[in-house]
Design a protein around this ligand. Structure first.
Ligand SMILES: O=C(O)[C@H](O)[C@@H](O)[C@H](O)[C@H](O)COP(=O)(O)O
Ligand code: SF4
Length: 601
């Protein structure tokens, strides 16, 4: 099927807008690639230091004949998704030696679990950790002894931070290596119900704890379709994973075989061989548009609106919020995975998963097929899925029929005719709404504002019964420069209770929500943020707001708001505690949300 002209036009607009920055970026990458094998630029002392601890691989490294793979790992025990990475480097080293190559851990990068910090002060470092991850990966790769890199990262800001680094070192081939989702535990919808009952005081903390532990019960990525699993989707739609690698559970023979296969593939695509595939040739405008299509077709996380803009800029590609809207308008919603439905990613994978989606979207002309990927030329390879054949993997054609039409539907019979995210724009600025998880009846909310400066203040008002009415809950001074733009997902249970009680409620904030947030209409990432003089800073209790996903608008209807005196609350409490004193530089230099809220990019 030829490419849909609307996707072609969007891509052409991005290509034209990016021409200057993309050409300058590629010139830098080509110049680096021209210099040949990285290790050749190090003197004997540099190399001796690099190889000293490498045992029997030292000679191959010193002989400069075998490809050397740099491993950048985000392993820690805090993220259930990253805990399986603990033994990956040793496995990768063995697989590299078997392929006649070598591998070294180039360095580690930090990884924050947003589930551990959700609703806590630590969440104020979360978004900034994306750029810290890019910086740390840069330190790792700056040893300059690698012919390709393997990036071990999955969760929220880790893949985006690693992609920013991989694009910055875009003359190096790079493959992202996942560890896979946790097996299914207590269904997400059941977990959400127990949380609502706890928020209403109907059950105690012991019952809540039992439900949480039954939901998050083992190694692997949490099974809702939040930011982490949206990242996994992107890595396939953008050609940085091996095909079908995302949703194979950890500690299984197929998972191990996929890690070995990624290592072998990395040794094959270095500049020392005949299939040189640098990241700069994989991540071009078409790859980013394919990522946008995947985000919209799956109802992915709102956080990727921030991250994709920053990731693309590292590739010399200039994405705007308008590109997200334009792709959403032409992309059917094909998947319903929690919070957009009851299924989790294991069910999604079993129903046909990403191979099914990519195959159908290619047939519908909604994806660029003629792209470079780590698996080779063409996205069609990502309509296949891996199967174990002995101790090897063979890729076979993915399913063309959905195994469960309550989870996956074809593009010509979608759950919705457009994607799951919507920009909203008006006198309050620019925001984004995830509408794929919100009942249509709540796509437009017009009600008086209740204005807060913290999540805790909202919780107190809820407990005092002050929110039991139609209202738009405004939580401001949550932007990147105010306190690091935390997720306010801890408000989801109480806002859901208000909706269930029949009140027409919405959230408006210059902060973020989790990819796992959903059922509550929320206009988030509002820019300009309050601290940057956005009109959200001048709102008062009682002002009538209209949050309208149907028409893409976000307005205060009360007159005279813009003429009010602007006063800032005392934000000094945000500046210390839990390491926040170390991030003043980030708060003071963060870009606006509609430009990715970046610091380093
Ligand atoms: O964007 C995301 O997907 C979230 O940041 C997610 O990673 C976060 O951890 C949620 O908070 C988990 O969900 P619960 O907090 O509901 O357990
Ligand atoms: S998905 Fe979220 S909660 Fe789960 S491990 Fe990753 S960061 Fe933590």
């Amino acid at each position: 099927m030829p490419l849909d002209t609307r996707i072609e036009e969007i891509t052409d607009r991005i290509r034209e807008r990016s021409r200057e920055t993309r050409e300058a970026y590629l010139a830098r990458m080509r110049a680096q690639a021209q210099q040949g094998p990285r290790r050749a630029h190090l003197d004997c002392g540099n190399q001796a230091h690099a190889y000293a601890a490498m045992g029997d691989a030292k000679d191959d490294l010193a002989a400069d004949r075998a490809p050397n793979i740099g491993i950048v790992t985000a392993y820690n025990d805090m993220l259930s998704a990253h805990q399986p990475f603990k033994d990956f480097p040793d496995r990768i080293k063995i697989a590299a030696r078997a392929a006649g190559a070598t591998a070294q851990v180039a360095g580690g990068v930090p990884a924050m679990c947003d589930g551990v910090t959700q609703g806590q002060q630590g969440m104020e470092l979360s978004l900034f950790s994306r750029d810290v991850i890019a910086l740390a990966a840069g330190v790792a790769l700056s040893h300059n002894t690698f012919d390709a890199a393997l990036y071990l990262g999955i969760c929220d800001k880790i893949v985006p931070g690693l992609v920013i680094a991989a694009a910055t070192f875009g003359y190096l081939p790079g493959i992202f290596v996942p560890a896979g989702p946790m097996t299914s535990g207590l269904p997400n919808e059941e977990k959400a119900r127990v949380r609502r009952e706890f928020a209403e005081g109907k059950i105690g903390r012991d019952e809540l704890m039992a439900a949480e532990m039954a939901s998050y019960h083992g190694p692997g990525t949490c099974t809702f379709y939040g930011t982490a699993n949206s990242n996994q989707m992107l890595m396939e739609f953008m050609g940085l994973h091996l095909p079908g690698a995302s949703f194979v559970n950890p500690n299984t023979p197929l998972r191990d075989a996929l890690t070995d296969a990624a290592t072998l593939r990395a040794t094959e695509i270095t500049g020392l061989g005949n299939a040189y595939t640098p990241v700069c040739d994989v991540l071009d405008e078409r790859a980013y548009v394919n990522g946008l299509v995947g985000l919209m077709a799956t109802g992915g996380s709102t956080n990727l609106v921030l991250h994709l803009i920053a990731m693309a800029r590292a590739s010399g590609v200039q994405l705007t919020c308008g590109d997200f809207d334009a792709v959403s308008d032409v992309t059917p919603l094909m998947a319903r995975v929690y919070p957009n439905g009851l299924a989790d990613v294991n069910h999604f994978h079993a129903a046909g998963g990403l191979p099914y989606m990519i195959g159908h979207l290619l047939d519908a002309g909604l994806l660029h097929e003629d792209v470079q990927t780590v698996a080779g030329q063409g996205l069609s390879a990502y309509a296949t899925e891996p199967r174990l054949a002995g101790d090897r993997i063979e890729w076979v054609a993915g399913p063309r029929e959905s195994q469960n039409d309550r989870i996956l539907k074809p593009p010509h019979e979608p759950f919705d005719g457009h994607g799951g995210l919507k920009q909203v724009r008006g006198n309050l600025g620019l925001g984004v709404m995830k509408i794929s998880a919100v009942a249509e009846d709540f796509h437009t909310i017009e009600a008086p504002a209740r204005v807060f400066h913290s999540q805790d203040a909202v919780k107190e008002a809820f407990r005092a019964g002050e929110l039991d009415r139609d209202c738009v809950v405004v939580v401001r001074y949550q932007g990147p420069r105010a306190n690091g733009m935390p997720e306010l997902h801890a408000l989801t249970p109480l806002l859901s209770v208000l909706l269930q009680r029949g009140h027409r409620v919405a959230l408006v904030t210059d902060g973020r929500m989790s990819g796992a947030s959903g059922k509550v209409p929320a206009a988030i990432h509002v820019a300009p943020e309050a601290l940057d003089g956005g009109l959200i800073a001048r709102l008062r209790d009682g002002d009538v707001l209209r949050v309208d996903a149907a028409n893409g608008t976000l307005d205060v209807l009360t007159d005279g708001v813009a003429e009010r005196e602007l006063t800032h609350p005392d934000l000094s409490a945000n500046e210390t505690g839990l390491g926040r004193e170390l991030f003043a530089l980030f708060r003071n230099s963060a870009g606006p949300a509609d430009r990715g809220a970046g610091v380093v990019i």
